[in-house]
Design a protein. Structure first.
Length: 149
């Protein structure tokens, strides 16, 4: 819930700051931005303001990256967004040592060349399609080998 408000606030404030002041048609009837802001609980408003100030403190490249990710998020279907939120929640609930291990592997993955990534994806698909008994045996051998390294 907070994420939605944060994204909306960031977008609103960024766009408002970027646009020149011009006369426009009157806004349709409904609560004003100020009224909507007042409807958000005080604790949530404080979090939003803190996040907004943090966003404004980013350099231009980082702000662009945040806004690019925001636009990409908007293009996702509700099912894809739900999938991402669920995975993030699972990640958040993991013990710190497990999260660090996952982030370490992710950073290593990012450093791989595209051809290496493609080869690993192909091997992973092979592993997933493998007979479960054979896969279990292979993974056991791999873990045993990994311990010796």
């Amino acid at each position: 819930m907070i994420a939605r408000h944060l994204i909306a606030l960031l977008l609103l404030l960024t766009v408002a700051a970027a646009l020149p002041a011009v006369a426009s048609e009157p806004a349709p009837a409904g609560p004003s931005v100020e009224e909507q802001w007042q409807q958000i609980p005080a604790e949530e408003r404080a979090l939003l303001l803190k996040a907004y100030h943090r966003f404004q403190g980013l350099d231009a490249a980082e702000r662009d990256r945040v806004l690019r990710n925001f636009r990409r998020w908007q293009t996702l279907s509700p099912k894809e967004r739900r999938f991402i939120r669920n995975n993030f929640e699972r990640f958040r609930k993991m013990p710190p040592w497990r999260r660090r291990a996952i982030l370490h592997r992710y950073r290593a993955w990012q450093k791989l060349e595209p051809a290496e990534r493609a080869a690993l994806r192909a091997r992973f698909r092979e592993l997933k399609q493998m007979n479960p008994v054979k896969r279990k045996r292979l993974l056991r051998k791999y873990r045993k080998w990994k311990r010796r390294q």
